[in-house]
Write a protein that binds this ligand. Structure first.
Ligand code: C5P
Length: 219
């Protein structure tokens, strides 16, 4: 792999949803398929990086040249990411991490009751923001933003608040973008808030574009 653009670099990628348990049989989740994150892990590995993929529950299969760690909850994902981060040169946080989880997890299956049922939620840790606070000058941190309105401003805000090097915006308003789809349409902002708009492409090609944007800031 010598001579490859990411030769000697260690990369970490998160992908997929997280599941937050309500009781032994129920959870709060989301529609993330994991496709984008798995494509990024694969692209980084093909360009020579030593890749660890931290995956939430998904049906995706990872490639042999990627080390995979399977996790379930935001808290599991936080622990794996935090442990690995100090040895990581490039981190791409693609997972759709739950923002809230049930405050208490019932040990027995919750029984049906008359009338309304209220579930109390608490915030999960923002993994990306936490890594951003602990980032060294040499480490590259890439985040995603999925927005439905005022997307560019939210994306730029995230870049600054979470101390990112790049933020990849994908909009649910664009055709051919989003959760289960095999294609995506992205806009990338760098630290100078310069924006690059890409066409609708396969997630494999989008992953390649993201790798090239990372290479530009390494050089
Ligand atoms: O703030 P928001 O959740 O929209 O930011 C999205 C970005 O933050 C994504 O890169 C996602 O993987 C990451 N994130 C995280 N931990 C959370 C929430 C989001 O790492 N608890």
């Amino acid at each position: 792999l010598k001579g490859m653009p990411f030769y000697g670099k260690k990369a970490m990628v998160t992908a997929g949803p997280t599941y937050e348990a309500i009781d032994p049989v129920r959870f709060i989740g989301n529609h993330s398929s994991g496709k984008m994150g798995f494509a990024i892990a694969d692209a980084l590995a093909r360009l020579g990086a030593e890749v660890t993929l931290i995956a939430g529950p998904t049906a995706q299969r990872s490639k042999q040249n990627v080390t995979r760690i399977d996790v379930v909850s935001a808290s599991d994902m936080f622990n794996s990411c935090t442990a690995l981060f100090p040895q990581t040169d490039i981190t791409v946080m693609c997972a759709a991490v739950a923002d809230y989880r049930p405050t208490t997890v019932e040990q027995q299956k919750i029984k049906k009751q008359e009338g309304e049922f209220t579930l109390v939620l608490e915030k999960t840790v923002d993994i990306l923001a936490s890594l951003g606070r602990n980032k060294s000058a040499e480490q590259i941190l890439v985040g995603f933003a999925l927005e439905t309105n005022d997307e560019e401003n939210y994306a730029k805000g995230k870049l600054e608040k979470k101390n990112l090097d790049l933020v990849v915006l994908n909009s649910l308003n664009d055709k051919g973008a989003g959760f289960k789809s095999d294609t995506n349409k992205i806009t990338i902002f760098n630290r100078a808030l310069e924006k690059t708009i890409f066409e609708v492409k396969s997630k494999t090609d989008v992953a390649q574009d993201i790798c090239e944007a990372i290479l530009k800031i390494i050089k």
